[in-house]
Ligand binder design. Sequence first.
Ligand SMILES: NC(=O)c1ccc[n+]([C@@H]2O[C@H](COP(=O)([O-])OP(=O)(O)OC[C@H]3O[C@@H](n4cnc5c(N)ncnc54)[C@H](OP(=O)(O)O)[C@@H]3O)[C@@H](O)[C@H]2O)c1
Length: 342
Amino acid sequence: MANPSVTTRIVLASRPSGKPITANFRLEQETLRDLVEGEILLQILYLSLDPYMRGRMDDAKSYAAPVAIGGVMEGGTVARVVSSRNPAFKPGDIVLSHSGWQSHTISDGNGLRKLDPDAAPISTALGILGMPGFTAYAGLRNIGRPKAGETLVVAAASGAVGSAVGQIGKIFGARAVGIAGGPDKCRYLYEELGFDAAIDHRASDFQTQLASACPNGIDVYFENVGGHVWNAVFPLLNDFARIPICGLIAHYNDDAGASRDPDQLPAVMRTILRKSLTLRGFIQREFADQRPDFYREAEQWIAEGRLRYKEDIVDGIENAPEAFIGLLEGRNFGKLVVRIAP
Ligand SMILES: NC(=O)c1ccc[n+]([C@@H]2O[C@H](COP(=O)([O-])OP(=O)(O)OC[C@H]3O[C@@H](n4cnc5c(N)ncnc54)[C@H](OP(=O)(O)O)[C@@H]3O)[C@@H](O)[C@H]2O)c1
């Protein structure tokens, strides 16, 4: 067994310019000090890899502070309590924590949520029953608000957020059209998740296929991507369409100073006005008070087989940088999680 007083961790070695490369990360080991009263030692079992981490690598103004050079990469984790000097936790407890890209850490117990391993596989607390699943739920319930018979379109549809958006949209009564990269992901959406149609955004006739899949236009577009997907969706939006702006992953590797085409803005604004569109950005935690509703409803939907999920599990913390780089290029298939310990 690994020496629990040593943590193996991945720190930010340098800030990327454009796409991250493995040299932007560094694997290190650090000896942990002894616990003081009130503290617990955590062994990280699963680390969530999420697109927002790309933003934390830049030293730019955002809704959250950047990771410092030499700092441990940030991230949601599921961990086991190894030893405890805190009466609220005992060895063997499984908790949801935000411990970052490392194998062990010391916590004072604040912000931890105990998980019941008998209720659901513990890795789902990072995916379908965690932040990405809740993002789908909150964005639809508060902004997208699909009604029965409406057409809902979502991109990055086989991923952690998108796969839940399409399925929850169907539970709300909408027709769900998913956009994903490649035939395997599209087949999965249509055949296994019950999407009404799935379109490959890499196909040469992507825009034509999307228009055919949405003969009555688009009432809700759950934006995860931006870029060429947005350009294809935009002309198909119906009057009074709702567009939760959840993520823009196609632009996360753009240079901050890169020039934009300013000429598109007036046309976009004109259409927003003419079609009475509602575009509303959000960060899931603004709806945190709805989390109990989400856990109750999502657990029920999973039990009924109406909400399914797929995990893409990578073994070993040393493989986290490469896996994260792949996430930004669509190499993951499902919720990307690193298994750090059994
Ligand atoms: N607002 C919030 O609170 C919040 C919370 C969580 C996530 N998000 C956002 O939600 C989005 C999805 O996150 P996720 O965790 O569910 O990730 P994910 O879908 O599991 O993985 C990312 C996927 O994005 C797609 N992609 C990457 N580059 C693309 C490009 N240039 N054009 C089109 N598609 C591209 C790829 O799928 P394909 O192979 O299908 O292209 C890739 O697999 C991200 O934008 C993320 O930042 C926002």
